[in-house]
Design a protein around this ligand. Structure first.
Ligand code: GRF
Length: 187
């Protein structure tokens, strides 16, 4: 049976778009919904072009079990992918989708994870610490930021002259290459 994915995103949505393109025409995986907590996020433009339905939620709705269940049931969602979603996933969702919610983090967890460690903050911390390598981590989601079981990591080198923007570019490349395949393998 086709597995229906909801992607949760808060920002640009380059991962969401890449995943949607990867599974276009697939008879096994369908990106059925994009859930977004920011009405101004560019991911909503991308979703429109990709013809993927979107739902915009506020923090109270995210915490509301019945509300979230009604949306996810309506779209018959089997699996949730967090791609740049900044809010903490509430316990009720973790319980409703055991081992069926994954997140991508732009560093080699357990390093550079936790509340406030997202986007540029991560790359700045990596450069500041003079790391020689960084990478991406795909992990299951539990009630704590960036702490669920690790599923996949890929690394890249950080050179002494790399700026946070350079690191961001390298991470972006890794995400584009690996994230859809990790989802495919898992499903
Ligand atoms: C990615 O770097 C992802 O690892 C992180 O947030 C960023 C989202 O970028 N969690 P985009 O919205 O997919 O372009």
């Amino acid at each position: 049976m086709i597995q229906k994915i909801a992607i949760f995103a808060s920002g640009s949505g380059s991962n969401a778009e890449n995943i949607a393109q990867y599974f276009k025409g697939s008879d096994q995986v369908s990106i059925a919904l994009i859930v977004c907590d920011n009405p101004k996020a560019f991911v909503l433009e991308r979703a429109k072009k990709l013809n993927i339905p979107t739902v915009i939620i506020n923090p109270l709705q995210l915490k509301d079990t019945d509300y979230m269940q009604s949306i996810l049931n309506e779209y018959e969602i089997d699996f949730i992918v967090l791609a740049g979603f900044l809010k903490l996933i509430p316990t009720h969702l973790v319980k409703a989708y055991p081992d069926k919610i994954i997140n991508i983090h732009p560093a080699l967890l357990p390093k550079y994870g936790g509340k406030g460690m997202y986007g540029h903050h991560v790359h700045e911390a990596v450069v500041e610490a003079k790391e020689q390598e960084t990478g991406i981590t795909v992990h299951f989601v539990n009630e704590h930021y960036d702490e669920g079981q690790i599923i996949f990591q890929a690394k890249c080198q950080v050179s002494p002259k790399d700026t946070p923007d350079d690191v961001a570019d390298k991470i972006h490349e890794l995400e584009m290459e690996h994230f859809p395949k990790v989802i495919e393998d898992l499903i």
